[in-house]
Write a new protein. Structure first.
Lengths: 216, 251
């Protein structure tokens, strides 16, 4: 199978601190991968490199047949979308946040699509005009996730996004992510420690002390 | 005219310095050295400027006037730069921002006939405009630095969503411009009620009818609004990119 993303001997260093060592990784298009490992091992760093939020120190990273350096970082990030563990929401209301992806593409917000997305993660249309300070942690996380997928990316990188959610919300988000992967063919890589999520993955990868181990 | 300051009266007024020195020594503020240095510098600098301006006004040479204005603008830029540590090219950015804000504002004043292109008007007005632009730019730099630090997570998230650098920074840039302009707007609101600013005070001192003097102050209010808004917007729009690297990542 062709790899959508392929990493070869990727290293990441800050001063003399070696955070990632010679990471080789093939990520097939449409895969649903979970990434685990002890905290401080380099999982988030690895995802941030793939998201072009930071740059690897050495090695090659090929996305869709071309080295990452050949893409404009802004356009690349619209295809390889990173979702933070503890996201902050912008502005005043939920609508300010969900309008942002349209704003940066100089488009008008597609309210129908936004409402559908809210419903898909168990939020109602009313949420749209709610001030962000009134949202619970779980609601914030779901609103943040919707920001990433209003324009479907090819790859969704999720950094422990379900960690702060209760069991019920976790299941809603999990089912929704499965749907994005299976129906919309979004390749997903999620950092998680959740046993159910790990069991549902096509590929299990583990980062320990900056080294990657992959189990198909 | 009732302008009565002479060397003797200045010498006697120097007693006022002793008040400050006395307080510093009495309260052990440790400021006595700084007070002495400050006073000596002020006296020396002002004497030099006094004689220099006298000379420049007398020769009334275009190039000399422009050189003096350039000197003022450069010094203003140098001082603005110091308030933006960590911002690359802060000197060049400040220089351009102060040059344009001063140039445009002066241009409008001269073309409208509010002031004449003579050294005794151009040089003091340039100084007023450039120094206000300098303060505005300095405040804007400080605001950019602190906001990019405090709102780092928000900027990262906008970038992760595929925002361009301006889209990721626009809220910060706007706030920094606002910060640069707000002292001028605040003082425009209280002018005449709280302070009688330098321009009209000076004219009133020199015996000018207060009704004429306030017209100059109104002109000053207008020109400072233009100078601080132009200075802040140019500086912020040129400086925000400095917070990102070539891969369009937040530094």
């Amino acid at each position: 199978m062709n790899s959508l993303i392929s990493l070869e001997k990727v290293n990441y260093q800050i001063a003399d601190q070696h955070i990632l060592h010679d990471v080789d990784w093939q990520i097939p298009a449409g895969a649903h991968i979970t990434l685990t490992g002890p905290s401080g091992g380099g999982k988030s760093t690895l995802l941030r490199i793939i998201a072009a939020m930071i740059s690897k120190t050495s090695g090659t990273l090929i996305f869709d047949g071309q080295p990452i350096e050949s893409y404009d970082p802004i356009m690349y990030r619209r295809q390889v979308s990173y979702c933070f563990q503890q996201p902050t929401l912008f502005g005043e209301t939920v609508a300010d946040n969900l309008a942002f992806p349209y704003q940066i593409r100089k488009q008008v917000m597609d309210t129908q699509r936004v409402v559908t997305a809210l419903n898909n993660v168990g939020l109602s249309e009313r949420t749209l005009h709610q001030p962000i300070i009134e949202l619970s942690g779980g609601e914030r996380q779901r609103v943040a996730l919707i920001r990433n997928i209003l324009f479907l990316p090819k790859v969704l990188l999720l950094d422990e996004v379900t960690a702060g959610l209760d069991e019920n919300n976790k299941q809603i988000v999990h089912a929704w992510l499965r749907q994005l992967n299976e129906q919309d063919h979004v390749t997903t890589i999620m950092i998680t420690h959740d046993a159910t999520e790990i069991a549902a993955a096509d590929q299990l990868a583990k980062v320990v002390a900056g080294r990657l181990e992959v189990h198909a | 005219m009732n302008l009565a300051v002479n060397n003797t009266s200045l010498f006697l007024a120097a007693m006022l310095v002793l008040v400050a020195l006395g307080i510093s020594l009495w309260q052990k503020l440790g400021l006595d050295r700084d007070i002495v240095i400050g006073v000596v510098r002020a006296v020396v600098q002002l004497f030099i400027v006094g004689y220099l301006l006298k000379y420049i006004f007398r020769v009334n040479n275009l190039w000399l006037t422009l050189a003096m204005m350039g000197f003022i603008i450069f010094n203003a830029a140098w001082n603005a730069k110091k308030r933006g540590p960590g911002i690359d090219h802060a000197l060049a950015i400040s220089l351009l921002a102060i040059f344009v804000s001063t140039g445009v504002t002066l241009g409008v004043l001269v073309l409208s006939g509010a002031i004449k292109f003579v050294p005794s008007q151009m040089i003091p007005i340039s100084g007023m405009i450039a120094s206000n632009s300098m303060v505005a730019i300095g405040l804007a730099y400080r605001s950019l630095n602190s906001q990019f630090h405090d709102q780092r997570q928000g900027v990262l998230e906008r970038l992760a969503l595929g925002a361009g650098l301006l889209d990721a920074s626009i809220a910060i840039v706007r706030e920094a411009i606002r910060t640069g302009m707000s002292p001028t707007i605040d003082s425009a609101k209280t002018v005449g009620l709280v302070s009688l600013p330098g321009m009209m005070s000076g004219l009133i001192f020199a015996g000018v009818d207060p009704v004429r003097a306030i017209k100059y102050q109104i002109m000053v209010t207008f020109m400072l609004l233009s100078a601080t808004s132009l200075g802040s917007i140019i500086a912020c729009y040129l400086a925000y990119r400095n917070f990102y690297n070539e891969q369009k990542q937040l530094k």
